[in-house]
Design a protein around this ligand. Structure first.
Ligand code: TYC
Length: 112
């Protein structure tokens, strides 16, 4: 069998018959980014907000406390900026945890 007839998948190794799709002037677009915003309320405990910021957003205690206090004082605070899927997944996790504990804690998303 000649090399040309050999139909196994070693084109990648030889470089034969491989179409190179290349457009040097085509820019790779950065993904749209979304801020997860934490909203203050009068009923959720400060401890629970810090616990959620630690467990869902992997914030250390000091940063979680700062974010919680910013929301408490200003009405809202940006927690972190993510791509769409990650932002909405984290917000869903916050709302589920809050509901399970009977707190009205809310987060929203703001396009950057
Ligand atoms: N305001 C709440 C209280 O005094 C605490 C709180 C802080 C709630 C931040 C929500 O996003 C929040 N217990």
């Amino acid at each position: 069998m000649s090399d040309e007839e050999d139909d196994d998948d070693d084109d990648r190794e030889t470089g034969d018959d491989v179409d190179v799709l290349e457009k040097s002037d085509e820019k790779l677009k950065e993904p749209d980014m979304y801020a997860v915003v934490l909203h203050n309320d009068d009923y959720t405990t400060k401890e629970f907000v810090v616990e959620v910021l630690a467990s869902v957003f992997h914030k250390h205690y000091a940063e979680a406390t700062n974010i919680m206090l910013r929301a408490h004082r200003n009405g809202k605070a940006v927690v972190e900026v993510y791509t769409w899927d990650i932002a909405v997944t984290k917000i869903d996790q916050v709302h589920r945890k809050a509901k399970a504990r009977g707190f009205p804690l809310r987060c929203s998303v703001e396009k950057q």
